[in-house]
Write a protein that binds this ligand. Structure first.
Ligand SMILES: Cc1cc2nc3c(=O)[nH]c(=O)nc-3n(C[C@H](O)[C@H](O)[C@H](O)COP(=O)(O)OP(=O)(O)OC[C@H]3O[C@@H](n4cnc5c(N)ncnc54)[C@H](O)[C@@H]3O)c2cc1C
Length: 443
């Protein structure tokens, strides 16, 4: 039975009233009298990609269905989270091949966003490890798709933000690891040019890389930060008793919304400065557990409340390497001058695009930052920045978006018409739609 409630993405903006039906079995995904519907996972997308008047939550679909250890092939239902995967895989010497910066999203949500991790430059997005999808389409039919079977449906679904149908289950190739630890090298940079140079110099050597950027710095210190490089640690380098310990649950929580005055430019400046100076040397190395390396934000539950009741936007864009350094520096400069106080600004490099019709990654620099919704000028300011991204042949990540305009979206995603054609074929009556797809003119 459906329940009416208010729902939002992780950015707590927008918030909508919705009827939420929970799917416990594959048959619950079949067509019923709903005129339109949207699959929903853990609502860890930031904006309105997971929002619609009627949603079907896949969270109860939590079964691991099959495991073939020789090739590391795991078949699992869509509501299984990255954390569930880890709890199963790590003790057996495997790890999710691609993981977002939080372990709470579902497999279905990760496939729908074709998520990328800190290893995109080396391994690609999650699509590279998906062998097969089991879907329930708009007419209730159950189909399998893969690179060889209905490839048009496969490549429209990976990155297709839930608009082609329900992913009921997926077969994923896991990554073999020989310990639960990561060898981390951390390099402190003085400015954006150095950050980009070190990225370029280390891409071939490290599977994982990400930079935290002090986004409040201007002038000569613009773009200074800490680059965190990582590699799965080999067993013979681990001195601990256990090779594959799991993480424990965090008990920290943000029990209430912070008042808006708590996070201002001054408090953010102090936080950014403390974080930057936590490392004194230019470079340091350590062997750390996978949890603090991949999921530092998961240490505090409901941390999204620190931005207050008005919520926040996460702005993530990618621009090709060609003029990427200058364009990202320009974006950072404009954000710093606007006085936008972001706790978390992250820069990564992405490798080549795949065949996903609406997949986000293209080769280039990607920058992501939290932007509290402090005043009415924020949205027009970001839409203005989007013009620069369009001119640079870059794009906004749909899994983070709540404000992109239709025309800019069409310019950023050149395969949009092909996506619409495939969607019309499998969903002629537009049964699957979201607040985002309506806003962007996809539906
Ligand atoms: C702290 C944090 C860090 C993050 N880091 C990264 C990162 O490093 N890289 C990255 O790529 N992303 C990142 N993300 C974004 C997140 O991984 C994606 O938004 C992901 O889609 C969330 O999955 P979910 O289960 O929460 O899905 P939801 O947010 O509930 O839904 C997202 C989309 O998936 C669709 N969907 C969900 N389940 C299904 C299904 N069974 N069948 C079909 N469609 C479905 C929905 O319709 C919706 O369009 C991060 C998010 C947070 C909060």
């Amino acid at each position: 039975m459906a329940k009416t409630t208010t729902i939002s993405g992780w950015g707590l903006y927008p918030i909508v009233d919705a009827s939420v039906r929970r799917a416990h079995y594959r048959r619950d995904l079949g067509a019923d009298d709903e005129t339109s519907v949207l699959p929903q996972g853990s609502c860890r997308s930031y904006g309105d990609a997971c929002l619609h008047d009627r949603v079907v939550s896949t969270l109860p679909l939590k079964h691991l269905l099959d495991f073939e250890p020789k090739q590391g092939l795991l078949r699992a239902e869509a509501g299984v989270t990255i954390e569930d995967l880890i709890r199963f895989a790590v003790p057996r010497g495997f790890f999710p091949p691609v993981t977002p910066g939080t372990k709470f999203p579902t497999l279905g949500g990760c496939i729908a966003a074709d998520v990328h991790g800190k290893n995109h430059h080396a391994d690609g997005s999650i699509a590279a490890f998906v062998e097969e999808l089991e879907m329930v389409l708009a007419d209730g039919s159950q189909v399998y798709c893969s690179r060889h079977l209905l490839p048009d449906l496969f490549w429209a679904t990976l990155g297709g933000m839930g608009l082609t149908g329900f992913v009921y289950a997926a077969t994923l190739r896991l990554k073999k690891i020989s310990s639960a630890y990561i060898q981390q090298r951390s390099i402190k940079t003085a400015n954006f040019a150095e950050t980009c140079r070190i990225f370029a110099e280390t891409q071939q050597q490290y599977t994982y890389s990400v930079a935290w950027i002090d986004s409040l710095k201007k002038g000569r210190q613009l773009g200074r930060g800490l680059i965190l490089l990582g590699e799965h640690a080999p067993a013979d380098e681990i001195t601990k008793k256990e090779l594959f310990p799991l993480h424990s649950d965090s008990r920290l929580d943000v029990p209430f919304f912070f008042p808006s005055f708590a996070l201002n430019t001054w408090s953010m400046r102090a936080f950014n400065s403390l974080y930057y100076h936590r490392q004194w040397s230019h470079s340091s190395t350590a062997t750390i557990h996978y949890n603090p390396y991949f999921y530092p934000l998961d240490m505090v539950h409901r941390w999204n409340r620190i931005y207050g009741r008005k919520g926040f936007l996460q702005y993530q864009v990618v621009v090709p390497f060609a003029d990427g350094e200058e364009i990202m520096a320009d974006v950072l400069r404009r954000i710093a001058h606007r006085g936008i106080a972001s706790l978390l600004t992250v820069l990564k490099t992405l490798g080549p695009a795949n065949e996903g019709l609406l997949s986000f990654p293209i080769a280039g620099y990607t920058l992501a930052l939290d932007i509290p919704l402090t005043d009415d000028g924020i949205v027009p300011f970001l839409r203005e920045l989007n013009k620069t991204i369009v001119d640079a042949k870059g794009r906004v990540y749909l899994a983070k978006d709540a404000i992109l305009e239709k025309e800019d979206f069409a310019a950023m995603y050149p395969q949009l018409e092909e996506f619409k054609r495939v969607k019309r074929h499998y969903d002629p009556e537009q049964r699957f739609r979201s607040r985002q797809s309506d806003r962007l003119g996809i539906t």
